[in-house]
Design a protein around this ligand. Structure first.
Ligand code: GLU
Length: 406
């Protein structure tokens, strides 16, 4: 539809809609029309939120905790957030000065960038990146600078690549480990090397998106840059949330810790925007952080097993090639060998987007194209489904690939 004469905000007009949500919407529409679709596109755990957390939400409603909370979040929750950052990440955090609760991780990023970017400021985004990073940068008037990080470097940003990407306009670096969409996990040494570069460029903030912190496999230790290099702490925002760790995507609770100057600015923005996160969800998030943690451990074990199933099945599909991700619940497979082929229904696959469209239309399997994450030709497969559904999807993908012609 055409915009009226006064038009749209120019930053919004140039931003793209969320690619992950577009695919999820397509799946929902097809299902509503009666089609059978195995969805490997949604980046959310398939488990129910643990019962004790749901009960805390229900109890909050019954107790009348249905009013505004403080903009920055309930004191109890902020104290629990501070304790989490201390215990898991070794960060000394004053709940009052250094924590903020937001409506999901996306709002943490949005608040941070809106609070700090001026028009034309550059934000370094290692690619492949989560689809929303460059668009949030764009919405905040900044310029996303994607730095390609190929399979040869494990899809990770090297110190040299970071140094080469920094200019006088660089204002921020977004780091995401474990990564969506590749599952790459930065080691302590890799973060230290990046930190050495950053120490020479004091104008660059860091947003460390640790939302998949608890989904690290094979006994590998998780590290975050503020812990690795304390000298950066006055310009690192470390963010996390309950969505992925506690299967709480719909509750919309993200949180962060950072220097007081930044938290204060983000709180001011939030106070003029959402007024703060949902009171009921905050009570549920408090139960998640302070209650038993066995769900987190068992979910990690389940996802690690599924990872092995999915990587094997992707590599068995002719033309797909997939390394072993160390975390999150995504596999990122190269589909280069399939580009230029034609499907049984006669569709020429010119790109990874053509491939995921054809996979959905002809094989009933939904994935997301790698180019949406800034690197093609790849496909991202989310393995948040049970083993039987994953195997069924694997068989359908392999069969689809086998029937492609040159
Ligand atoms: N983060 C998830 C994904 O990448 C959820 C959807 C979204 O917010 O992008 O699929």
């Amino acid at each position: 539809m055409n915009a009226p004469a006064h038009g749209l905000n120019r930053f919004l007009a140039q931003a793209k809609p969320s690619a992950t949500y577009r695919v999820m919407d397509r799946v929902a529409m097809r299902r509503a029309a009666g089609a059978q679709v195995i969805s490997l596109c949604a980046g959310e755990p398939d488990f129910d939120t643990p019962a004790h957390i749901c009960e805390a939400g229900i109890a909050a409603i019954r107790a009348g905790h249905t009013r505004y909370t403080q903009v920055a979040g309930l004191r109890d929750l902020r104290e629990a957030v501070a304790a989490k950052f201390k215990q898991d990440n070794g960060l000394a955090v004053d709940w009052r000065r250094n924590t903020l609760v937001c409506s999901g991780g996306k709002q943490v990023i949005f608040n941070a960038l809106a609070a700090t970017l001026n028009e034309g400021d550059e934000v370094i985004v290692p690619a492949p990146y989560w689809v929303s990073y460059p668009e949030i940068v764009q919405l905040c008037g900044g310029k996303a600078v994607a730095v390609p990080c190929t399979a040869q470097t494990g899809f990770k940003l090297s110190a040299d690549a970071l140094e080469a990407a920094i200019t006088a306009r660089s204002r921020c670096l977004i780091l995401n480990s474990p990564s969506n969409p590749t599952g790459a996990v930065y080691s302590r040494a890799e973060l230290q090397a990046l930190a050495e570069v950053l120490l020479d460029h004091p104008q660059v903030l860091v947003i460390a998106d640790d939302i998949y912190e608890h989904l690290v496999f094979d006994g590998i230790a998780f590290h975050t840059i503020a812990q690795v290099e304390p000298r950066l702490r006055d310009r690192v925002l470390t963010m996390n949330g309950v969505s992925k760790a506690y299967a709480m995507t719909g509750w919309r609770i993200g949180f962060c810790t950072g220097p007081a100057w930044l938290i204060e600015a983000m709180e001011k923005l939030q106070g003029q925007q959402t007024s703060g996160a949902c009171s009921i969800s905050q009570h549920a998030a408090l139960a998640a952080l302070t209650g038993p943690q066995d769900f987190v451990r068992s979910a990690r074990a389940v996802f690690q097993r599924r990872r092995d199933v999915v990587v094997e099945m992707l590599n068995q599909a002719p033309g797909l090639q997939c390394g072993v991700p160390q975390g999150a619940f995504y596999a990122f497979a190269s589909c280069e060998a399939l580009i230029g082929k034609t499907t049984r229904a006669g569709t020429l696959l010119r790109s990874d987007e053509d491939l995921v469209n054809a996979l959905l239309d002809e094989a009933g399997v939904a994935a997301v194209h790698g180019s949406a994450f800034g690197m093609g030709p790849y496909i991202r497969v989310a393995y948040a489904l049970d083993d039987a559904a994953l195997r069924q999807a694997g068989e359908a993908i392999a069969q689809f690939c086998r029937t492609l012609s040159n």
